[in-house]
Design a protein around this ligand. Structure first.
Ligand code: ATP
Ligand code: MG
Length: 486
């Protein structure tokens, strides 16, 4: 939706926002004069008394500059000097067909700005905005094929919202909406932490079978000896321990979607069986000679370079071609421009709720640091980094403040003039040696520290750590053995 600048022109305010009310939450759709990360924030109404008051009223509600109630935008109004600033604030609920659709808010830095608003002018603008929103909503609902009542076995993922407004994310959304309603297999590619799982879920939710089940399979966690039974099921007595018949993931997904995550980790023997299912739409339970027909949409994802894996003989070329009917590349965070700020806004809003602090905001330098960083771990890394920054900045003294400003000091990144990741190594781990040092030992020690640091960042996940360090798993395991890391 376009910026709601016309309201700014008509009523003298410094910032305005149009927010949609959904699921007890107000979601900014358009903002003007507010920090970019506002678009990524989600305001839970019960946590924002001003927004709750606005929603509870059918009149416009004003909050004077000296109002005691915390302002949802504290620290988010863009000013030249990063200072804030008491301000005047008003808001009004937009009713569409008698129901609260959302809220329009106006903020002005100069107290008393809203004292002289012409009531007639305001009412006209509100009805005009409501009418525009209604028309836009009608168009959107015609285009909207997604049915969100999905009953899914998908891994618990409370938030299905794909945040980002950059050109490449728009393209990705567009691709999703094109491919989702088809039955084509989709192969989702992209670096670690870019949101491949989220993309898979969006494809399912926008498909024609969104009300059917979506079954999640983590291929990396499937030991070869049980993989076949997990995927295709077994019959009683098929092997020792098979005391009952068991339905496999493909059968469970019948009519819906199966998501084969980390497909690059699948053993070759299982790859052959999956290929057969994709070719003839049939499965065979372990121990049974009966063929069962299944109608399943397959979505697969990997952060490996599957073409390279094929060339190395680790992945079957025929399966690769079956899966890559529609390859979809999820862009790295560093390619998404200002999306990093929108995502930061969303994560900070979550963290402030979790920590029970009023408002977490980024200062200009912190924003710049986020925009300049290379993000090898992508959105997952951003999410973890901001959780740490939030925790560190919410000191007991800061907790009572109206807002907590996060400066680059709280972020564990340093600028990278050479466009290379710069890793901040705690200097006390590397005291300047008093005596001459052996280079090999020093390099080993450096590698040790780097691996330990990455392991911590990846919460102990070995495969993810190897990927983050650009090592294949074999080399990584040999290295940690040699360095005696366990
Ligand atoms: N556009 C987005 N908006 C909001 N959150 C996102 C977005 N993209 C990713 N995330 C979040 O980032 C985290 C990592 O995403 P996800 O698990 O989908 O990554 P991935 O590509 O599957 O990584 P890997 O290859 O390591 O498995 C998740 O918590 C996810 O919800
Ligand atoms: Mg994943």
């Amino acid at each position: 939706m376009a910026k709601n600048g016309s309201i700014l022109l008509a009523i003298d305010s410094d910032a305005s926002a149009l927010l949609k009310f959904e699921n007890h939450t107000l979601i900014p759709l358009a903002v003007n004069g507010l920090s970019e990360d506002t678009l990524g924030r989600r305001f839970v109404v019960s946590e924002h008394p001003r927004l709750a008051q606005i929603l509870a009223s059918d009149q416009s509600v004003r909050f004077a500059a000296d109002s005691e109630l915390p302002d949802p935008y504290d620290g988010l109004i863009e000013t030249d000097n990063d200072q804030l600033l008491v301000h005047d604030c008003m808001g009004v609920t937009l009713f569409i067909d008698g129901k609260p659709w959302g809220v329009l808010t106006l903020d002005a830095l100069a107290p008393g700005t809203f004292d002289h608003i012409d009531a007639m002018q305001l009412t006209t603008f509100i009805s005009l905005t409501a009418a525009t929103v209604k028309a836009a909503g009608l168009i959107a609902s015609l285009e909207q094929r997604a049915r969100y009542a999905t009953q899914t076995l998908f891994r618990e993922n409370a938030d299905h919202d794909m945040i980002g407004d950059s050109e490449c994310m728009r393209k990705l959304r567009n691709e999703i909406s094109i491919v989702a309603p088809s039955q084509l297999a989709v192969l989702i590619l992209g670096e670690t932490g870019v949101g491949k799982e989220l993309v898979a879920l969006r494809i399912h939710l926008e498909s024609t079978h969104a009300d059917q089940v979506m079954v999640y399979v983590n291929c990396a966690a499937l030991p070869e000896n049980i993989a076949e039974s997990e995927l295709f099921g077994h019959i009683k007595g098929a092997f020792s321990g098979a005391i009952n018949d068991r339905t496999g993931k493909f059968e469970l997904a019948n009519g819906g979607t199966i998501f084969l995550d980390e497909i690059g980790e699948l053993p070759l023997s299982i790859q052959a069986k999956i290929l057969r299912t994709l070719q003839n739409g049939e499965i065979q339970r372990v121990g049974s000679d009966q063929q069962i027909k299944v109608n399943v949409r397959v979505i697969a994802a990997t952060n490996r370079n599957l073409q390279q894996e094929v060339a190395a003989g680790l992945f079957r070329p025929d399966l690769y071609h079956r899966l890559a009917v529609y390859p979809m590349h999820v862009p790295a965070l560093r390619e998404r421009g200002k999306d990093v700020l929108l995502l930061a806004g969303a994560f900070l809003e979550k963290n402030q709720q979790r920590l029970g602090v009023k408002k977490l905001r980024l200062d200009q330098n912190a924003k710049k640091a986020l925009l300049d960083y290379r993000w090898p771990g992508n959105i997952r890394e951003l999410e973890h980094l901001l959780s740490r920054a939030a925790l560190k900045s919410a000191t007991p003294e800061n907790r009572q403040a109206d807002f907590i400003t996060i400066s680059p000091d709280y972020l564990d990144i340093v600028s990278e003039p050479l466009n290379h990741p710069v890793i901040k190594i705690e200097t006390d781990l590397f005291p300047v040696p008093a005596t001459p040092i052996n280079l090999k030992n020093a390099v080993d020690e450096f590698q040790r520290q780097l691996i330990l640091q990455q392991l911590a960042a990846q919460q102990g996940n070995m495969a993810a750590t190897a990927r983050a360090l650009g090592l294949d798993r074999g080399n990584f395991h040999r290295l940690i053995k040699r360095l005696a890391i366990n």
